[in-house]
Design a protein around this ligand. Structure first.
Ligand code: 4NP
Length: 156
């Protein structure tokens, strides 16, 4: 089972999701059966480490994302990944435009799996530090729902 987290730049929201899910999943028996990555719909930060504000907010909660490097979504991602989770509606619309319609069933809003009263993870890039904590709150409250969904899909 392969899951791709997608935002715009792949330096704030989707690497945060990748780091949090890596940590959460590693404490379950599903770790060996699920692969994760993250990517951006845009390529202007490709090759860069995550935004320092995102890295520092994550580190305060015990998640290390310093080793991650940004990349843009690639055409083969739509074949390779089983679930492609967009952080906001613009990301989802960009993915839908780009992907062949036979892959559209794989494209979903990340927060479809949450118990939080929100549908989108707001872009924190141009805001203050509280935006990065809000991203972490939303990602953390989505963890269990996504892990539950993966468990159901992996059940024989
Ligand atoms: P992300 O945040 O999509 O969560 O990685 C952004 C990063 C960079 C830009 C916008 C959003 N930017 O405009 O460069």
């Amino acid at each position: 089972m392969r899951v791709l987290f997608v935002c715009l730049g792949n330096i704030c929201r989707s690497p945060t999701a990748e780091a949090v899910f890596r940590a959460r999943l590693d404490s379950t028996d599903l770790a060996a059966q699920v692969q994760f990555d993250s990517a951006g719909t845009a390529g202007y930060h490709a090759g860069e480490a995550p935004d320092r504000r995102a890295t520092e907010s994550a580190q305060r909660r015990g998640y290390d994302m310093r080793h991650l490097r940004a990349r843009q979504v690639r055409d083969e991602d739509f074949e390779v990944y089983d679930l492609i989770l967009a952080m906001d509606r613009n990301n989802l619309a960009d993915l839908r435009r780009r992907a062949d319609s036979r892959f559209h069933h794989k494209l979903k809003l990340f927060l479809e799996f949450t118990t939080a009263p929100a549908l989108e993870v707001p872009d924190p890039y141009y805001g203050g530090p509280e935006g990065f904590d809000h991203v972490l709150d939303l990602v953390e409250s989505t963890s269990d729902g996504l892990i539950r969904h993966l468990r159901e899909r992996l059940a024989p």
